[in-house]
Design a protein around this ligand. Sequence first.
Ligand SMILES: *Cc1c(COP(=O)(O)O)cnc(C)c1O
Length: 414
Amino acid sequence: MNPFVYRNGILCAEGVPLPQIAAEHGTPCYVYSRAALLARYEAFRQALAGRDAMICYAVKANSNLAILNQFARAGAGFDIVSGGELARVLAAGGDPAKVVFSGVGKTADEMRQALASGVFCFNVESAEELERLNELAGESGRTAPIALRVNPDVDPKTHPYISTGLRSNKFGVAYADAFALYLRARELPHIDIAGIACHIGSQLLDPAPAAEAAGKVLALVDQLADAGIILRHLDLGGGIGIRYRDETPPDVADYLAPILAQLAGRKEKILFEPGRALVGNAGILLTRIEYLKHGEEKNFAIVDAAMNDLMRPALYDAWHDILAVRQDAGAEAEYEVVGPVCESGDFLGHARRLAVASGDLLAILSAGAYGMAMSSNYNTRPRAAEVLVDGAKSFLVRGRERPEQLFALETVID
Ligand SMILES: *Cc1c(COP(=O)(O)O)cnc(C)c1O
């Protein structure tokens, strides 16, 4: 479902006209659709219906408490990569018994925090991490449930910055070393071998690499079973892509089908960790044009959102569709849509045809994932407000930051 459609020439979020949100909460402002979030979650739930499965939303894609709370209420688990994300999940009403803890650099404090909370599983990414976790679990009188995150060395055919399952990546335990490390884990008194995990990258559009990775994981699971190590769950990661421009991502069910086909007759619980696929197209960044600047070579639409609000264009040269909130508001021209930050890389879109006037609103689409979550305060810019729309109602779910909050922790010296 697409909740961002025009009604009477005005772009709306579900039943709320975007100019109303801008008037109430200002710009720049992230706007999310509750119905769209939940529809995506439901697509995963249905694709996995009848199976012992858990959908662990990857918190790093968008960690706003209201969004975590919506998923928690829908029954989701969570994939976290820091102690901060664990604190958010708990504050949002998430169930720690449905949390998987991923990440290559878990600190001792983060491990203690996760042990005390009783997370479902630690996805361990190195031999040293396994030893540390065993020690800390012993000290706290607990047993740590673990999966080894194996690196299946398949090419996900995505942007190099977001591919994680190649041998050359920092993530996971090399496939060839995983078996020996499971044998080591079996010796450790405070480790409970629960499962196996893999995650090969992000914005994946072709189901084949994930299916190939699943095949490799299953071969290892069977090899472990022969050695008497019986796993209870298989965590096949996230990474399912969305449409930003002209991509044609498969339906969730079609993407999962070749993976699920390989699982026929198996008893293990299955986990998936979607992030982008749940929230990416459920959010936009609403921004106002401050100035139109017509140059000899290029025209610029200078807007009040910038790379600090939405970093993906500057970071990956990512494309986001940009729509004028008011249709046919001016003469059409081609614009560089840029922010006020003092960097030439500060753009939101190149060469976009827009019919707009100064003061108009623009919607930067597909901004629900890795948008607000990757924002910064560069140029001492307060982070944008966030609004969650539900039907005809809108709710401020994160207030706009104020400049004095940005330097509240700083002090001057004599
Ligand atoms: C980032 C990440 C995800 C989510 O990736 P998406 O592309 O947003 O679905 C899932 N699992 C792990 C381990 C991750 O690092």
